[in-house]
Design a protein around this ligand. Structure first.
Ligand SMILES: [Zn+2]
Length: 46
C-alpha cells in the first residue's frame, strides 16, 4: 500500500465528481458536474 500525502484541502471536494469538476463518460469525453458546476468544490448553501 502506498502512503498518500494528505493535502490540506481549503474546501471540501465535491462528493459527486470527487473534486474533478466533471464526470468521465464511459463512451469517451466528459460532462461537467452539475452539482459543483465544474468547480470541483462542494458548494454549501449560504
Ligand atoms: Zn462536482
Amino acid at each position: 500500500m502506498k502512503s498518500q500525502q494528505v493535502a490540506k484541502a481549503a474546501q471540501e471536494k465535491c462528493p459527486y465528481c470527487e473534486g474533478k469538476g466533471y464526470f468521465q463518460l464511459l463512451l469517451g469525453g466528459s460532462e461537467t458536474c452539475c452539482e459543483c458546476r465544474g468547480d470541483g468544490h462542494h458548494q454549501k448553501n449560504s
